[in-house]
Design a protein around this ligand. Structure first.
Ligand code: COA
Length: 375
């Protein structure tokens, strides 16, 4: 029998295909979308420009962006049958399950009939995802049926206004724009690869996005920002945080929001969201959460040379904006859906079904023993 081994596990270091959408750990600050450095995009672009870039390969002109924003605004309202399904989901459901069910239900109501609809379907998904999570959250937690057709404007502001029931604070909207840009795309990560595998069978877009949401749900992937928040909110001071982290490392526990499968010394998204977290901390009069987070960052680097990934300072940044922890990963979905859809389109444009092989580690060939002879 072949010895079981972790060598090559997780397909680490192997190319699983080609993409023109993104590089990770190669050039610029370490992350590029269609050739543009993430730092420039996060500091100067809007999420809608980035979503357009990913799906069309080029940044929009002013006229194209205006038309795109208008289209996304027109597409926000949820079908009544989807609202009824969301109302039936209990308040203690996992919000990623709500996202998964919401997209799946939309696929029942507005099924993709042909690939010529893929851009239209992508626009509809980007327009409705904030409404899906906020409609369910506000109904199940506050007992209100919100309208998901909010004022014209960005998806960032739309999400915050639905959640809080008032126009978004301009600073918060700016941070959310940056956050959505940072989370939009990341090459062949687990959820995107899932979407591409599903797309490669020539399945529909809702199936691909539903599967991707399932992959993103796990704490080793998108769920890390929530897990990081659950950890840091327990600590009242940097000193306490340091002691607790040392104990966790001693017990060989995973520290969520640290490490990465591709980056080796830093995640370029971290510096960008960390600065926003610092500003929000000052803005909200935070007494200790940012200081706790920074101490955790220092101790992890000193002890293990492990660095914050995109998720760690997202936790405090979202918290400072009054976003409930359970909604952190669904925001990731609202953003990454743009990358997933772009990969689906790329896969479809040059498709071959994704079907790798496996190294067999099971029993040697043997004869079937009839049930009566097995005792
Ligand atoms: N906390 C503690 N130890 C960690 C760690 C973390 N967050 N991340 C990696 N390590 C350790 C590993 O256990 C491994 O130790 P070992 O050699 O003694 O087994 C070593 O560092 C190297 O790990 P590596 O091969 O770089 O990680 P990976 O590619 O298998 O996994 C992650 C990458 C992201 C899944 C992993 O770093 C992790 O689980 N991080 C926490 C979850 C998280 O933040 N996910 C979001 C990713 S954007």
């Amino acid at each position: 029998m072949v010895q079981k081994s972790l060598n090559g596990a997780g397909l680490r270091g192997q190319s699983a295909g080609q993409t023109a959408l993104c590089t990770v750990g190669q050039s610029g600050s370490g992350l590029t979308y269609c050739g543009y450095d993430i730092k420039q995009l996060a500091e100067q672009a809007t999420f809608e420009e980035v979503a357009y870039l990913l799906c069309h390969g080029e940044l929009p002109t002013q006229a194209q962006l205006a038309a795109y924003l208008d289209r996304l605004h027109q597409l926000r309202e949820l079908p009544d049958a989807l609202k009824q399904v969301l109302e039936a989901i209990p308040a203690d459901a996992h919000p990623m399950d709500v996202m998964r069910t919401g997209v799946s239900m939309l696929g029942n109501l507005e099924t993709e009939q042909s690939f010529s609809e893929q851009q239209q379907q992508t626009d509809r998904l980007l327009a409705t995802l904030p409404g899906i999570i906020c409609y369910w959250y506000r109904y199940s937690h506050d007992g209100v049926r919100i309208s998901t057709q909010s004022e014209a404007g960005s998806i960032a502001g739309h999400f915050l206004s639905l959640l809080h029931g008032k126009p978004a604070d301009p600073l918060h909207e700016q941070v959310m724009q940056c956050s959505l840009i940072l989370y939009a795309e990341h090459e062949f990560n687990a959820s995107t690869f899932t979407a591409r595998v599903i797309a490669s069978t020539l399945s529909d877009i809702h199936s691909a996005i539903t599967g991707a949401i399932g992959a993103l749900r796990g704490p080793l992937h998108g769920g890390a920002n929530e897990a990081a928040m659950a950890m840091i909110e327990q600590w009242q001071s940097p000193e306490q945080a340091e002691q607790e982290i040392l104990g966790m490392l001693e017990r060989k526990e995973k520290i969520m929001g640290f490490g990465h499968a591709i980056y080796r010394t830093s995640d370029p998204r971290n510096a960008l969201i960390k600065e926003w977290s610092r500003k929000l901390s000052a803005h909200t009069g935070d007494q200790h959460l940012f200081a706790v987070s920074e101490r955790v960052e220092q101790v992890m680097w000193r002890e293990k040379e492990l660095f914050c990934n995109a998720d760690f300072f997202h936790a405090s940044a979202y918290h400072f904006m009054g976003i409930p922890t359970k909604l952190f990963t669904p925001i990731f979905v609202c953003s990454r859906a743009s990358g997933w859809a772009a990969h689906l389109m790329e896969q479809r444009s040059n498709n071959r079904i994704i079907r790798p092989s496996a190294d067999y580690t099971g029993a040697e060939p043997r004869d079937y023993v009839p049930l009566a002879e097995r005792g």
